[in-house]
Write a protein that binds this ligand. Structure first.
Ligand code: NCD
Length: 304
């Protein structure tokens, strides 16, 4: 068991720029040379108390390809949570079995609660409307691959910015790179929350908030689309807001050459499938990068 690696990854701010550079170098190596069995003899728990396809399976594939092994919770109803056990008690016990815990939980702040009682590193794989740091890590890797840089670009975040943890973490991450300008396009009731906007203001980041997508498309290098999350919206809100910003080929045509469309997925109807074959469509490439980046993260996290 790694006792010298008790660092948790709860928020994107837990990663230093050195960490990120090292994880990206490792990812480059994996993509170039394939996987090394650097997680041999390691057992990692993936505890998913909220639905997931990509996040859990990309973590687990990355672990298996790195020679590690996995124990998993995929159905909270089948755990002692049903009997009334707290998250803290579950994590306290499971952390005595494994070398790291990857946790998804439907409440913001859950990953930091888990970290307080865990005896092994806790990696936040999404805590309610809080953060999703490993998503942002591979989002940045995707931007680096597509644009060839992680600075000097304009990102437009679109749609459901109030509840979408992936864009919350991404914005906090991008704020540390030079000359990243940000535009937040949404209905006023789904605007990026003031905790994040206040941080950007304090850091002197150049950002704007608007409802007008068309006006900002021609200067965007990245358009980051989001899902209207039924789970956080009332039925009437959902019906009213779900079709407000749909990316179609005619929207994509207003973007400049080389600009990309990203999305954490799953999508519902917010990007038309007719966009998928266009050069701007980057979301499936983005999703594919989740696996090697998460493998690199765990390799790095458990070995440094
Ligand atoms: C996102 C999530 O779970 O935060 N999905 C993902 O992890 N790729 C976005 C969503 O909920 O739609």
């Amino acid at each position: 068991m790694n006792t010298n690696t008790m660092r948790h990854l709860i928020s994107i701010t837990d990663l230093t720029t050195n960490d990120i550079n090292a994880i990206f170098q490792r990812t480059d190596q994996i993509l170039h040379d394939g996987f090394q069995p650097t997680l041999a003899h390691t057992v990692i728990a993936t505890l998913f108390f909220e639905p997931s396809t990509r996040t859990r399976l990309s973590f687990e594939t990355g672990i298996l390809r790195s020679g590690g092994r996995v124990i998993s919770v995929t159905d909270p109803a089948a755990t002692s949570t049903t009997k009334g056990e707290t998250l803290e008690d579950t994590v306290r016990v499971i952390s005595s079995y494994v070398d790291a815990i990857v946790l998804r939980y439907p409440e913001a702040g859950a990953a930091s609660r888990a970290a307080i009682v865990s005896t092994v590193p806790v990696i936040n794989a999404g805590d309610g409307t809080g953060e999703h740091p490993t998503q942002s890590l591979y989002d940045l890797y995707t931007i680096r691959q597509a644009l060839g840089r992680t600075d000097h670009f304009h990102i437009v975040c679109l749609g459901n910015l109030k509840y979408y943890r992936a864009t919350r973490s991404l914005v906090r991450l991008l704020a540390r790179y030079p000359n990243v300008t940000m535009t937040f396009v949404s209905a006023p009731e789904l605007a990026m929350k003031t905790d994040i906007l206040d941080e950007l203001t304090q850091q002197g980041i150049n950002y704007q908030v608007t409802t007008n997508l068309t006006s900002v498309l021609p200067t965007a290098d990245v358009v980051y689309q989001t899902r209207m999350q039924k789970e956080w919206l009332s039925d009437t809100e959902y019906q009213r807001l779900k079709d407000q910003y749909i990316i179609t080929p005619s929207v994509a045509a207003q973007m400049k050459p080389g600009a990309i469309i990203m999305h954490a997925l799953p999508r519902v109807n917010e990007i038309s499938p007719t966009v998928d074959s266009l050069p701007q469509a980057y979301y499936f490439k983005q999703a594919a990068l989740g696996m090697p980046v998460r493998a690199a993260l765990l390799q790095y996290w458990l070995q440094t």
